[in-house]
Design a protein around this ligand. Structure first.
Ligand code: 5GP
Length: 182
């Protein structure tokens, strides 16, 4: 595909996800975790991450919509909620990309009201240059530049590249106005 430049290889991602899994497993040793992937962009990352975790895991999903057009509207809407209570549980929110931080900020506030025992964030990618709200990222895969990335399950509007095993950066010319729509 000509408009996507390789950015992070499948091997680099796999090694990093394994390392995150090891850290998470040792941090939660003796306990169990409710892993909450934020759909849809994090589903491949979450699938690999849970298989790198050795403590017992339950999984529940959240879906949000946070973008209108090319820039964050600042409005985050929950479009699918958890099936089960997280009260008293150790919860790990799994996000694909922390961009402005608005989505995670909203979700941390929302989930905190449900009184989990602990609430942490694992994010595959972080774009520090785009930060609007500083959010805690307990387990981070990679810091990246201000580029729009696709592949490895990440949202791709109608680009059809969600299944790529690696992460690629869109060339500026390939960016379309709907690209940031979740
Ligand atoms: P935030 O609320 O932190 O600005 O937005 C985070 C969400 O925006 C991510 O979960 C992701 O869905 C989307 N997003 C931000 N940057 C990118 C990007 O470079 N590529 C893709 N595919 N989605 C992105």
């Amino acid at each position: 595909m000509t408009d996507v430049k390789p950015y992070l290889s499948a091997a680099d991602i796999a090694a990093r996800v394994r390392a995150l899994g090891d850290r998470i497993s040792s941090d939660y040793a003796g306990g169990s975790i409710v892993v909450v992937p934020v759909l849809k962009g994090s589903f491949v990352f979450a699938a690999d991450l849970v298989r790198a975790i050795t403590v017992p895991v339950e999984i529940d999903f959240l879906a949000v919509r946070s973008y209108e057009g090319t820039e964050s509207s600042g409005v985050v809407r929950l479009t699918h909620d958890l099936d089960r209570s997280i009260e008293g549980r150790d919860v790990l929110l799994v996000e694909d990309i922390v961009d402005t931080g608005l989505t995670i900020d909203y979700l941390l506030g929302n989930l905190a009201t449900r009184r989990p025992r602990s609430l942490r964030v694992a994010a595959l990618l972080h774009k520090p240059a785009r930060t609007k709200v500083v959010v805690p990222i307990d387990y981070l895969g990679f810091e990246i530049d201000d580029v729009f990335v696709v592949g490895y399950g990440l949202d791709d509007d109608r680009g059809g590249r969600r299944h790529l095993p690696y992460i690629g950066a869109l060339e500026p010319a390939a960016l379309d106005p709907g690209a940031r729509v979740r």
